[in-house]
Design a protein around this ligand. Structure first.
Ligand code: PTJ
Length: 256
């Protein structure tokens, strides 16, 4: 890993790159995952690389859905495994969710390496290898475990593709997406859209889960019932718009 000085103004962002590159070198992250990270970076820039108020609200609601769920599952791909292995394992632990590796660019070698990587970071059982059930999808993301995603009632999908997200919604599952692009198909199709970097979203969700774990079912239900994803998406887009306007003014661009 390249040494990045802590005082570098882009420290967090550069460290994320290092982790993704390390993930790639370990055979966890796909080549395409490197490109996806770049796409995420540009959207992260537009939200000032911080957790916005609406993202925090979505993260809290997501945790309430997870704690109320009967069969919650957190889906893990190559990017998530490289960026937040420890925290995603801890989140599954606190919420009682199962972990399932599900890859767009699936290979048995990568599946195996990601499962080992999660286990090295404290995971118990990690699903995904059996692939004994099939979602109605042409590509490999349709290969799932019967005891995991296939029968789940609530699924968390970080860095998802639109097809599978829409399929999971059609199957009647509550889908929680983590996606920095508030206008992606995934973001629009999900029940809860967290417009935040997975590196902030998962630790925030873990903290919410620890804080809310003792809440009554009634209290959790209140959080879920008053959640409005359309409001969250429109706030996310509004925040991007405002940030761009403010930046332009700060940088001396005159509006004509
Ligand atoms: O590991 P695999 O084989 O399953 O492949 C996974 C990738 C990430 C390659 C695959 O899912 C993919 O192609 O993803 P996309 O469509 O490039 O990215 C999905 C969304 O995630 C995009 O809207 C990105 O802006 C967003 N994104 C990228 N990095 C992050 C992110 N969202 C949150 N946190 C990030 N770090």
């Amino acid at each position: 890993m390249t040494e990045i000085p802590k005082e570098h103004p882009r420290y967090e962002s550069l460290m994320m790159r290092e982790k993704i590159v390390e993930g790639f070198n370990l055979g966890i992250t796909s080549q395409q995952g490197l490109i996806a990270q770049g796409r995420g970076e540009s959207f992260d820039y537009l939200i000032s690389e911080h957790t916005t108020e609406c993202a925090a609200c979505a993260e809290r609601a997501a945790v309430a859905f997870l704690l109320l769920a009967e069969r919650p599952v957190i889906s893990v791909n190559g990017n998530t495994a490289a960026l937040v292995p420890e925290k995603i394992v801890a989140l599954a632990d606190v919420t009682g969710a199962k972990l399932e590796v599900n890859l767009f660019h699936r290979s048995e070698v990568r599946m195996h390496k990601i499962i080992l990587h999660l286990k090295a970071h404290g995971a118990g059982e990690v699903l995904g290898k059996n692939a004994d059930a099939r979602l109605p999808l042409e590509h490999d993301r349709g290969k799932v475990d019967k005891e995991g995603i296939y029968n789940a009632d609530v699924v968390v999908v970080p860095l998802e593709d639109g097809d599978r997200c829409e399929t999971l919604v059609k199957m009647g599952k509550v889908v929680i997406a983590i996606d920095l692009n508030p206008m992606s198909r995934t973001s629009l199709a999900s029940h809860v859209t967290i417009v935040d970097n997975v590196t902030r979203a998962i630790p925030n969700m873990l903290q919410f889960a620890k804080d809310m774990k003792q809440n009554t079912t009634e209290d959790l239900r209140k959080v879920v019932d008053c959640y409005d994803n359309n409001k969250i998406l429109s706030s996310a887009i509004y925040e991007i718009h405002e940030r761009l306007m403010n930046m332009a003014v700060e940088r001396g661009i005159e509006w004509i």
